[in-house]
Design a protein. Structure first.
Length: 255
């Protein structure tokens, strides 16, 4: 085999470097915060490692159970039987895919402390509850772009908050606030019985995570992305649409 061909075949990032305007050094220089090590977290981390993101921190307090296995690509029966922490298993297994440095953080996002967020350049919301998403949104606003994802069965959504754009909380209705208050008891504990298990498909998970990371890639390369907008997917009719989220004057996160 000619030496020149052998050389390009030995570079794991060669084929993406062929994309017009690609900057592998810029991708490698990013430090990603992935909030949530469930279905979306697994997929997002997989893509970030494949792309060569330099550092990835994964935050999750939860342990793996068998019901996670239909949509978490890095988890297996052994992890579920052992009740391993999601963040630890994800960091360990995903590190086998590529050279990214992956740091597991076992804990709640609400408890990591303000200084923690200063270590990152981009954040990914891979969470299953509104309270944690709002906390992440407030911590990231004005500091780093946030790529937030959510799924429910055949339906998926990915929202981008960047620069001075509208944020996750801008899009909240009175009804959302009411539900949020209902979910917390008077002592601030999350009431799980008001949080029924949502339907979740691996197919919708892959699509939403791919859009979250695609938006990240565009932003790293200075391309116009979906800041202040969200991508919405209906897997039943196969239609996806982009909607603008107006900046709400009464939003508590920003002026
Ligand atoms: Zn807002």
């Amino acid at each position: 085999m000619p030496a020149a061909i052998k050389k390009v075949d030995e570079d794991r990032f060669d084929r993406q470097k062929r994309v017009d305007g690609w900057d592998q050094a810029a991708v490698g220089g990013t430090r990603a915060l992935v909030a949530g090590a469930g279905a979306l977290g697994n997929e997002v981390v997989k893509l970030l490692v494949q792309l060569g993101v330099g550092e990835i921190a994964v935050v999750d307090y939860d342990r793996i159970v068998a019901a996670n296995l239909n949509r978490c690509v890095f988890f297996n029966d052994g992890h579920a039987k052992g009740g391993e922490y999601k963040a630890e298993a994800l960091a360990r297994e995903a590190a086998k895919l590529g050279p990214s440095k992956i740091i597991p953080v076992v804990g709640k996002l609400e408890d990591v402390g303000e200084g923690f967020f200063n270590a990152f350049t981009h954040a990914f919301g891979c969470l299953d509850n509104l309270g944690a998403r709002l906390s992440l949104n407030a911590h990231c606003y004005g500091k780093m772009p946030l790529f937030d994802g959510g799924t429910a069965g055949f339906f998926g959504k990915a929202q981008v908050v960047a620069g001075g754009s509208s944020c996750i909380e801008c899009g909240m209705s009175r009804q959302d606030y009411k539900l949020l208050w209902k979910k917390y008891s008077c002592v601030g504990e999350l009431l799980d019985f008001l949080d029924p298990k949502m339907p979740a498909l691996p197919t919708t998970t892959s699509l939403v995570a791919a859009v979250q990371v695609n938006e990240f890639i565009k932003l790293v390369h200075g391309r116009e992305g979906l800041a202040g907008k969200y991508w919405s997917f209906n897997g039943l009719d196969g239609i996806s649409r982009v909607f603008r989220v107006p900046k709400r004057k009464s939003c508590p996160v920003h002026p």
